[in-house]
Structures are given as structure tokens and as C-alpha cells.
Design a protein around this ligand. Structure first.
Ligand SMILES: *Cc1c(COP(=O)(O)O)cnc(C)c1O
Length: 388
């Protein structure tokens, strides 16, 4: 079955759900058992049956089942945010004295977690060049427990050679985690390409409507039990109403992504021809670092990318962004609406240098008509030019 079909069928079972197309929203803290024997059975099977609200109701289980099916994983767990999914997935596989390898273009809050909370527990982090493939072997230590990947990288969009990294990591007994938020389960099969855990900010494309926070992690057989145990130990749970919204988002993920892909790529190409633009950072463009890996491993692009301007300052960028009608300014992305924010990756890098001639802007291509978006951009560049 193709992924486009799977998003409509995964986790659904009309017979189980009394004929309903969608799994009903079950609210629960207490789950009642008729007999002591039934309670004992639930305790023995507490990871797979309704047991206590914190471990989820049929609503959460159906959504986890859908994600596992889409990622071809052994199991999935849900979190109150994407960051909680990342921090818990790292925490599950390390102990005091361990070492991890972290991509230098990682999502900012992941870096902060490593430098503060992880460090406090005696786990050290080495940041690595996003373009390292098999050469990551040189950074592996005897106590390296995991290699964290995020492809493409946050803000700068380098695409990683994850199969090469996974081969090295597995040969040395380390696990590979992948923040797969950008590509979603539809456009990158993280587990099939060597990751042991695929992590998503469901907040972004899967939910898709800028109205909820949620994270998810899907693991293969090697990593699943440990991930699940840690998630439940830490007490993570998500509200059934949010799961309902996320499931609703999932059903239309394929058609939404197809449009984000098309509009994003058109905007990227249009921006690449502007005289003000030095460079467009977009995995589907041939000059993007790691473009060949995107071509080999990914099934599409989504709507998030950045541009580097040839010149300009904060005031000129503000003149452009402040006046946009359609491109909103705000964190997060993956909703139906277009966004544009100023970004500066140089502030975050430690393993690699990041220098650009002018400021950078990160765009999210939403579901508006391309002509309206380009009109908004054209007016923005006029304001930018006037402010220079
Ligand atoms: C937004 C984001 C996250 C964090 O998700 P939240 O739900 O906002 O906590 C993690 N990774 C990437 C790549 C993101 O863009």
C-alpha cells in the first residue's frame, strides 16, 4: 500500500470502534475492572490494554498504531510536545559517563537540553559536522551510546547521509535517533534508512493546523521496550482531544504535503532569482549540501526552507517582514499558513562555522495560492530595498 493510502487507513478499525470511521475520543483517568482476575490481566498487559488513563485510552493507542504503521516501527509513544519526545528519547538510552554525538545544525532546544540537563547527569555531547557520513567513525568513543541526526538540519537544511552514519554507529554498538519532523513519515522512512528511533514534532505537519502541541517517537524492535519503559516512567501523557485533532490532521497529510512541496519549491526557485538573494537553502535545489542524499532517500520536500540575503541589516529585514500580509511571523510551522522569520544560525554552531554575507530569513510555504504569496513577497522586497 502507498503511504498516501496508508494515512487514510492506518490505526482505523470500524469494527473495533462500533462502526465509526474515526476512533472515538475516550476520556479517562480511572479504568474499571469487573474482577480481581480482570485487573490482574490488565496489570500484566498494561502496555497494550486500557489500564490507567496516564498510559492512554483506545484514542491514543489507535494514533500510536497509525504512526507505527506509517514508520514501519515496532511501537510508538506520544509526548506533550516535540521537545519532550526528543529529550525522553535521548534520556532513555544514556546513563552517567556516556557520550553522545549530536548534529551541529540541530533544533536549538535539543542543543540546550544536551548542554544543560544531560551535562548535569554526566553525559557529554560532541557536536558534529552535518556533512559527516561514514567519517563520523573518527568521533566515536568507546562510551558513545547514540548518534542524534536531524535531516535536513534546522535553519540551514543540510541533508545527512543517515545510512552511512547508521552503519558506523551500529558497528560500534550505538543507536541512531532521527528528528524526522521536517520530512514527516511520508517523505522519509527514517527506520528503513538506519535510524532506531524516529522522532516527530506532531505539532508541525502531522497535526497541521497550528492548534496543538504534541510529540511522538517510533522505535524499531531493538529500541522499543527501552523507549516505552522510559516514557511511562517519566509520566508522559497527552490529552485525548488533542490526539483526535492530530489524527484528523494525519488523514489529510498526503494532500497537504503535496501542496507544501509544490508551493515551497516554486517559492524557493522564485526567491533564488531575486537579485537581493545570495542563496536559497532548500534540500531539493542542487546546490544544497547533501542534495544527493535527499534525492536518494526522500520522497518529497515540504514547505520549510531559508534564504540568505546578499546584504542588509535588521532594520531592512524588519521593514520587509513587518509589512507582510500573508506571511505571518511566529515560531513553529507545518500549519496551513505561510510564515517568515529572521534567523541567525551562527549563534548556535560550535563544530562548524556559519558565515553569510547578509541576514537570513526562514520561510514556511503554506496552502495559500502561489500568486498571492509572490505578490506579498514582491511588495516585501520593495520595502526591503527602500530601507537599505
Ligand atoms: C518544532 C520542532 C521541534 C519541537 O516541537 P515542539 O512540539 O514545538 O516541542 C523539534 N524538532 C524540530 C525539527 C522542530 O522544528
Amino acid at each position: 500500500m502507498k503511504k498516501e493510502t496508508k494515512v487514510t487507513t492506518a490505526g482505523r478499525d470500524a469494527q473495533r470502534d462500533q462502526g465509526m470511521v474515526n476512533t472515538p475520543v475516550f476520556h479517562a483517568s480511572t479504568v474499571l475492572f469487573e474482577t480481581v482476575a480482570a485487573m490482574d490481566h490488565a496489570i500484566a498487559n498494561r502496555n497494550d490494554v486500557s489500564y490507567y488513563g496516564r498510559r492512554g485510552t483506545p484514542t491514543q493507542r489507535a494514533f500510536c498504531q497509525a504512526l507505527s504503521e506509517l514508520e514501519s516501527g515496532e511501537g510508538s509513544v506520544l509526548f506533550p510536545s516535540g521537545v519532550a519526545a526528543i529529550t525522553t528519547s535521548i534520556f532513555a538510552f544514556v546513563e552517567s559517563g556516556d557520550h553522545i554525538l549530536m548534529i551541529d545544525s540541530v533544533y536549538g532546544p535539543t542543543r540546550i537540553f544536551c548542554d544543560t540537563a544531560l551535562a548535569k547527569f554526566g553525559v557529554t555531547t560532541t557536536y558534529y559536522d552535518p556533512m559527516l557520513g561514514a567519517d563520523i567513525a573518527a568521533l566515536m568513543r568507546p562510551n558513545t551510546k547514540l548518534v542524534f541526526t536531524e535531516s535536513p538540519g534546522s535553519l540551514t537544511f543540510e541533508v545527512q547521509d543517515i545510512p552511512a552514519i547508521a552503519q558506523v554507529a551500529h558497528a560500534k554498538g550505538a543507536l541512531v535517533l532521527c528528528d524526522n519532523t521536517w520530512a514527516t513519515p511520508l517523505y522519509f522512512d527514517a527506520l528503513a534508512h538506519g535510524a532506531d528511533v524516529s522522532i516527530h514534532a506532531v505539532t508541525k505537519y502531522i497535526a497541521g493546523h497550528s492548534d496543538l502541541m504534541m510529540g511522538a517517537a517510533t522505535a524499531n524492535a531493538r529500541a522499543w521496550k527501552q523507549l516505552q519503559r522510559t516514557t511511562f516512567l517519566l509520566g508522559h501523557c497527552v490529552a485525548p482531544d488533542d490526539v483526535f485533532l492530530a489524527s484528523r490532521g494525519l488523514r489529510t497529510l498526503a494532500v497537504r504535503l503535496a501542496q507544501h512541496h509544490e508551493t515551497g519549491l516554486k517559492l524557493a526557485k522564485w526567491l533564488g532569482e531575486r537579485p537581493e538573494v545570495e542563496k536559497v537553502l532548500h534540500p531539493a535545489l542542487p546546490d544544497c549540501p547533501g542534495h544527493e542524499f535527499w534525492q536518494r532517500d526522500f520522497a518529497g520536500t515540504t514547505g520549510l526552507f531559508s534564504i540568505v540575503l546578499k546584504e542588509g541589516d535588521k532594520a531592512a529585514v524588519a521593514a520587509m517582514l513587518d509589512g507582510f500580509g500573508l506571511f505571518g511571523m511566529g515560531f513553529s510551522w507545518g500549519g496551513f499558513e505561510s510564515l517568515a522569520i529572521p534567523v541567525d544560525p551562527s549563534a548556535y554552531r560550535t563544530a562548524t562555522d556559519w558565515n553569510t554575507p547578509g541576514p537570513m530569513i526562514r520561510f514556511h510555504a503554506g496552502l495559500e495560492h502561489i500568486d498571492d504569496l509572490i505578490e506579498d513577497l514582491e511588495a516585501g522586497f520593495k520595502r526591503f530595498g527602500a530601507a537599505l
